[in-house]
Design a protein around this ligand. Structure first.
Ligand SMILES: C[S@@+](CC[C@H](N)C(=O)[O-])C[C@H]1O[C@@H](n2cnc3c(N)ncnc32)[C@H](O)[C@@H]1O
Length: 262
């Protein structure tokens, strides 16, 4: 590999993340400060003032980033969401970036759930009970959901047999050096500024095999693309693939896939 490639590949892998952090500060801070100045009591009297500050920060920042991220993730979402049929539950839809990709014909009922409504009793009140859902959709959300492994198991319980879990998520890197960077970003700003987003979650692994299953070999050619057969009885079929060009140095490797409940 030419020297320039050796230097530039790792560099560009990190640029996306640094760009998001920097731009989020530029885009968000002025609006947030103005809002605090204009409505100080809403911020200062809030029972969790600091957490609320960072929550508001992410709400403003994501309004800016969501359409940009859709520019590259749109084709992947479109391809995957063709599988969403019948009763569909989308976890954390944010500004509704996925809505335009759902089929008006195939989707009979669409339930959108943001964090406050994620408890099972609240879902039950919306008619979402165990074995009642045809598709659960998670788009860039499991990195920030508290207790992700338990949440994944709950979403799986909500699925009917033959129902699909559909996801686009970023995951822990397969490269130990890059994991060090991911931990470093988490600690020094990323998690706080990006809505509790944890760069080191093994989300794909947890979906496909559960917390204690065998490791997914995401960097082996065989596992990178295509359909694989599940061996542990959780799913009858699954697909798990990388999005975009492979770059082992990326601190934010994105995966997409689906799994069909056994
Ligand atoms: C990075 S944004 C992604 C939004 C949207 N899915 C998209 O693709 O643009 C993460 C979203 O997850 C939501 N979220 C965070 N924790 C959640 C939870 N426990 N349950 C449901 N949604 C959650 C946030 O409110 C936010 O809307």
């Amino acid at each position: 590999m030419p020297l320039l490639g050796l230097v530039s590949e790792p560099f560009f892998a990190h640029i996306q993340l640094l760009y998001m952090l920097l731009v989020s500060l530029v885009v968000t801070l002025p609006r947030l400060v103005l809002s605090i100045v204009l409505h100080p009591s809403e911020f200062l009297n809030h029972p969790h003032a600091i957490d609320n500050f960072f929550h508001q920060y992410f709400v403003i920042a994501w309004a800016y980033f969501a359409p940009l991220i859709d520019q590259w993730s749109g084709p992947f979402r479109e391809r995957l969401l063709k599988r969403a049929k019948g009763v569909v539950l989308e976890i954390g839809p944010g500004y509704g970036q996925s809505l335009k990709y759902y089929s008006r014909v195939d989707v009979k009922r669409l339930v959108l759930v943001e964090p406050a409504a994620i408890e099972e009793p609240v879902l039950a009140a919306a008619g979402v009970t165990e074995g009642s859902v045809d598709a659960v959709v998670c788009m860039l959300v499991l990195c920030g959901v508290p207790g992700p492994q338990a949440a994944i198991e709950m979403y799986r319980r909500l699925l009917k047999k033959g129902g699909s879990m559909i996801f686009v998520e970023h995951v822990k890197s397969a490269d130990p050096g890059t994991v060090t960077w991911q931990k470093w970003y988490n600690k020094y700003g990323w998690k706080k500024l990006m809505g509790d987003c944890d760069l080191t979650r093994e989300t794909g692994q947890w979906i496909i095999h559960g917390a204690r299953g065998p490791a997914l070999k995401i960097d082996s050619a065989a596992d990178t693309n295509g359909d694989l057969r599940s061996v542990d009885g959780r799913w009858t079929e699954y697909s798990y693939e990388k999005m975009g060009p492979p770059n082992v140095w990326s601190p934010c490797p994105n995966m997409m896939g689906y799994a069909v409940k056994a």
